[in-house]
Design a protein around this ligand. Sequence first.
Ligand SMILES: Cc1cc2nc3c(=O)[nH]c(=O)nc-3n(C[C@H](O)[C@H](O)[C@H](O)COP(=O)(O)O)c2cc1C
Length: 234
Amino acid sequence: MLAAYAGRNDGAYCRDLGALGLGMVTIGGLSVDDVAKSQTKKMIERGRSEFFVHNHEDYIREQVAIARESEALVAVNIRSATVGGYLDAAAVIAEAGGIVEIDAHCRQDEMTSIGAGQALLYDFSKLQEILWQIKNELGVTTVLKFRGNIVPELAIANAVEGCCDVLHVDAMLKGKDAPDFSVFREIPDDLFLIGNNSVRDTASAQAILEYCDAFSFARIADDHDAVREIVSGV
Ligand SMILES: Cc1cc2nc3c(=O)[nH]c(=O)nc-3n(C[C@H](O)[C@H](O)[C@H](O)COP(=O)(O)O)c2cc1C
C-alpha cells in the first residue's frame, strides 16, 4: 500500500503507483473542514508541503476518479476539526468508490491544536463518534492511521472495535531512527492490520508481514524501481 504523503499523493501520483501493482494507494492527507483548511494554510506558509484546496469535495471526486484508473483500491486520508467534517467528506469518498482513512498520525501543532491528527489518540470519545457515525450512516470501509508507541495500541484497538475495519500503524519509535515492530504484537489478530515504517526493499516489507496483513510505504515511493522490486519480491 502507498501511505499518505501530504502535498505529493494526488490522484495522478496514486494512479502511477497503483499501476506498479500495489493493492491500495492513499490520496492526501487532505483537510476537510474550514478550521483544518486554515491550519493547513499556516503550515504551507511556514514551508511545509501540503494540499490546500478550496472545494475539497470536488477535489476528492476528481482525484479518486483519476487514482481509480489503476487497479488499486483508493483511500483518502482526511483531517478535520469537527466530526461533521469527517462525516461529510466520508460521504463524498464513499460515493466516489474510495476508502476513508482517518489521520490520527499528523503531529504538527496546527493539527493537534484543533483536535485533529495525533490528538485523536487522546480523545477516544471523539474518535469513536467519528468512526461510529461513518459506519452507521455510510457503511464505507474505514482505516485508522496512527503512530505506535504513543498511546497503548491495545487500548486504541479496543476503543475502535466494531466501528473501524483496518488499523494502519506506523512503527517508528520516537527519538530513534529505527522502527519497533513489536508494537504490532499488541494488536488483536481479528483486526486487519497494515504495518508501516522504513520499508525500502523486499526484506523490510517481509519483516512487517511477519506481524501484519499488509505493509505500506511513503518516502520510498518516488523510486519506482525500488517499488517494482518490492512488489515482485513479496
Ligand atoms: C512529508 C510527509 C508527509 C506525510 N503526510 C502524511 C499525511 O498527510 N497523513 C498521514 O497519515 N501520514 C503522513 N505521512 C506519514 C507517512 O504516511 C508514513 O507513515 C511515514 O512516512 C513512515 O513511512 P515510510 O518510512 O515508508 O516513509 C507523511 C510523511 C512524510 C514524510
